[in-house]
Design a protein around this ligand. Structure first.
Ligand SMILES: NC(=O)c1ccc[n+]([C@@H]2O[C@H](COP(=O)([O-])OP(=O)(O)OC[C@H]3O[C@@H](n4cnc5c(N)ncnc54)[C@H](OP(=O)(O)O)[C@@H]3O)[C@@H](O)[C@H]2O)c1
Length: 448
């Protein structure tokens, strides 16, 4: 498939950036729909630097705000372009044990808002464009791809060990006491994308517009773990990733993005709709996702929250009063500490003071360096695969010594990791993974 107009959301980093790059290489006209103008334009420049003939443009889209989604569609319409493919890739996750709910501009629980409701509205506002292209264009088709995750499945080990519950339509934003956690919200949002895919496929029957969802596989090197403590990020990216790579559990950015590009462009998938793909193959999604009644009720509720024509509009409840938010925020420090302990760091004593703000500062620095960081990671992947855990921990020892000598300089994440506890954590995580576990059964952020 070449010469098509494709919108890729969240295309400034991770899987989305690679998807956009591959699609540009294939001669398509790619709109990088990103919330940050700076990051979006930097991503376009990077694609153009590698491929000066690429048709890549940035357009602003913040899925956390439905008015931004509407504005994006207006801006897209003003370009006069047709639309052949929409890739709903953008997504986020809070630390799995995080108990602090956050809200979008429309008072949606943040994870559900960004991962499902924003893309739900975006898709509907672009449906007429896709239908028109499918009817009038040479291809006789148009496609929607929702990038979801094996984490939608309750039977995945990480969901089971974190006591993740089925989606409760009466508690859609997890506002009932003690029901919210980062992992519960992520699982619900990824399930919602699949339920939406199946119901929309039914509604689009006969329209020549297809909709499918795809799990790109476990790719620890993306920005998805950015909301985790520095200890967890270190563990996932630099300790577990090399080990899991050797065990062939993880996928590279290239593999994950090609899995998405395949569903978006493979001629063999013309006319295929309402399917779940993983590792370039059609797979059966979770039992929960196959429930017709849940697909329908999820679709209806989403349509009401997004104020779609033909549905009775519904507004999300007001978020809890600020006191409660402040109270739960102060718990975040504890959550980080717990997480850190779980990830194998000491999490005690002087180092813990101000950990939360330090994490936020690190996350900001990391966000700004996102594209560069991932590039560097990718270059190192092969090298890292050869490294043994012992070599990683040896480096930690060296860095720890350096930083003691030079305490005024910025500390690296590795400094915080006691070597013995990292080793124990790695051994613990390895024990949890069945070597023959298929990729769709493996959680993407195993360290959480
Ligand atoms: N990595 C994995 O192992 C894995 C496995 C299964 C599924 N997935 C899915 O793959 C997709 C891409 O994730 P990734 O791993 O590539 O993570 P990533 O590097 O963090 O990329 C996520 C992208 O989504 C964007 N985004 C976040 N919030 C947004 C918002 N409010 N509006 C618009 N864009 C927003 C981010 O933009 P900013 O940079 O501005 O935040 C970023 O460009 C996600 O849907 C994720 O759930 C990932």
């Amino acid at each position: 498939m070449t010469g098509r107009v494709v919108i890729v959301t969240g295309a400034n980093s991770g899987i989305g950036f690679e998807v956009a790059r591959h699609l540009c290489e294939g001669g398509n006209d790619v709109v990088l729909a990103c919330r940050s103008e700076e990051k979006g334009k930097a991503a376009v420049e990077k694609i153009l630097a590698q491929n000066p003939n690429a048709l890549a443009t940035f357009m602003q889209l913040d899925l956390e705000d439905l008015s931004s989604v509407r504005k994006f569609v207006e801006d897209f319409h003003s370009t006069g372009k047709e639309l052949h493919v929409l890739v709903n890739n953008a997504g986020m996750s809070y630390a799995f044990k995080d108990k602090t709910r956050r809200f979008t501009k429309d008072n949606f629980e943040m994870t559900m808002g960004i991962n499902h409701l924003g893309p739900f509205l975006l898709t509907h506002l672009l449906l007429d464009d896709l239908k028109k292209t499918a009817e009038e264009g040479e291809d006789g088709e148009a496609r929607i791809i929702n990038v979801t995750s094996s984490m939608h499945d309750l039977s995945v080990r990480t969901n089971r060990s974190n006591n993740v519950q089925p989606l409760d339509m009466e508690n859609f934003f997890l506002d009932k006491p003690s029901t919210y956690s980062g992992i519960q919200a992520y699982k619900n949002s990824k399930l919602a994308q699949i339920l939406f895919t199946y119901e929309l496929a039914r509604k689009l029957e006969g329209s020549k517009v297809t909709v499918n969802c795809v799990c790109p596989g476990f790719i620890p090197k993306t920005g998805l773990v950015r909301h985790n403590s520095s200890a967890t990020r270190f563990m996932v990216r630099h300790v577990l990733n090399p080990v899991f790579k050797v065990m062939k559990i993880t996928r590279s950015l290239d593999q994950g993005s090609k899995a998405v590009v395949d569903v978006a462009t493979n001629d063999k998938l013309k006319g295929v709709s309402g399917k779940y793909f993983s590792d370039m193959q059609e797979k059966t999604s979770s039992e929960e996702s196959l429930k017709d009644d849940l697909q329908k009720s999820l679709y209806k509720l989403s349509a009401r929250y997004c104020h779609l024509d033909g549905y009775e509009p519904l507004d999300a409840p007001e978020p809890p009063p600020p006191e409660e938010v402040v109270k739960t925020k102060s718990k975040k420090g504890k959550a980080n500490k717990d997480e850190k302990q779980e990830a194998g760091a000491s999490g005690e004593g002087e180092e813990d003071k101000g950990e939360s703000s330090k994490d936020e500062a690190e996350a900001k620095v990391e966000d700004n360096k996102e594209i560069k960081f991932i590039d560097e990671d990718e270059k190192q992947v092969e090298k890292e695969n050869q490294e043994k855990t012992e070599e990683v921990t040896e480096k930690n020892d060296e860095k720890k010594t350096d930083s003691v000598e030079d305490s005024g300089k910025e500390q690296t994440e590795t400094v915080e990791e006691p070597v013995k506890e990292i080793k124990e954590k790695v051994e613990e995580e390895i024990k949890k993974v069945d070597v023959d576990t298929p990729i769709q059964q493996v959680p993407e952020i195993a360290a959480q």
